[in-house]
Design a protein around this ligand. Structure first.
Ligand SMILES: Nc1ncnc2c1ncn2[C@@H]1O[C@H](COP(=O)(O)OP(=O)(O)OP(=O)(O)O)[C@@H](O)[C@H]1O
Ligand SMILES: [Mg+2]
Length: 271
């Protein structure tokens, strides 16, 4: 099998180019209707194992719906989804080795950071010590150790997103789906989150599918598929994947009282 290696213009090399296995996740002619309204229409895509894949498109084009079909929170009206050779259309979300980070962080508000991350493992009946150990690993990975005892409302958006990442990773899924992981965050925090996702892809080989409406953020993927009115209208392999770590380092230093906020910035978005 031939393996394409992207031009070495950044320190970030997507894992897919090391593993090179095609057709890991196959979306075959998937259509999703809600009461006659077609949200996703005739989508055909193959996602490679280890790929960091972006779904780009304006509001209402079907990004979340398609992601929810992959995670198992929606069932396609017609068409099939296959993971590693197995049709998964009928599988419950908890039976798929795929976890989803939702457009809103969807953390349990009454639980601490630690309890949020531990929740799935406790449900699975893992012994207490093993849960504690794994939660600690996750807190370190997302650099949230010192916030372990806080509740979600005591965290910034970026910190909540880190907890959402830890929660999505805790039971070692092969794939993570991130719905607008940077949607509510300022530029610097967005790059930090993307840097973390690229790190998980590059060092742990996690296949990552993320949704965004910003081309600037899609540039952090090894492949960008654009949706419009529920259909794929563009499919581009990014030869020069932008490194979020480099993008972060290139941001101008800011004074503390001049931190950019989402509402102060004008971002390029796809309409
Ligand atoms: N449960 C539902 N019932 C009826 N219509 C729905 C449902 N979920 C989504 N839709 C519709 O399907 C279309 C696609 O919605 P979806 O949430 O997938 O868009 P999106 O691309 O994620 O948009 P955004 O960027 O605003 O999050 C929209 O017109 C939406 O109103
Ligand atoms: Mg959405």
């Amino acid at each position: 099998m031939s393996v394409e290696i992207p031009a070495a213009t950044s320190d970030y090399v997507p894992r897919a180019d090391k593993l090179g296995s095609d057709n890991y996740l196959r979306i075959m002619n998937v259509r999703k209707e809600f009461d006659g309204f077609v949200a996703v229409d005739a989508v055909n895509l193959s996602i490679r194992k280890g790929e960091i894949f972006a779904l780009l498109g304006g509001s209402g084009c079907g990004k979340s719906t398609l992601l929810r079909c992959l995670a198992g929170f929606e069932t396609p009206t017609t068409g099939k989804i296959e993971l590693d050779g197995q049709i998964i259309n009928g599988l419950q979300p908890y039976n798929r080795p795929i976890n989803m980070m939702f457009q809103s962080y969807a953390l349990f508000p009454h639980m601490t950071v630690e309890q949020n991350i531990a929740f799935g493992l406790k449900q699975d009946g893992l012994p207490k010590e093993a849960v504690a150990h794994r939660v600690d690993e996750m807190l370190t990975l997302v650099r949230m150790n010192k916030f372990a005892q806080r509740k979600p409302h005591q965290l910034s958006g970026g910190q909540q997103q880190r907890v959402a990442i830890a929660r999505a990773l805790v039971n070692e899924p092969v794939m993570i789906l991130a719905d607008e992981a940077t949607g509510n965050l300022d530029t610097k925090t967005s790059y930090e989150i993307m840097s973390l996702l690229q790190e998980l892809n590059s060092s742990q080989g996690k296949t990552i599918v993320f949704v965004t409406h910003e081309p600037d953020i899609a540039a952090f993927s090894s492949r960008t598929v654009t949706l419009k009115d529920g259909r794929v209208v563009k499919d581009i392999k990014n030869e020069n994947v932008r490194s979020a770590k480099e993008a972060l380092a290139a941001l101008p230093a800011e004074k503390d009282d001049e931190k950019p906020s989402a509402d102060k910035q004008e971002k390029e978005v796809v309409k």
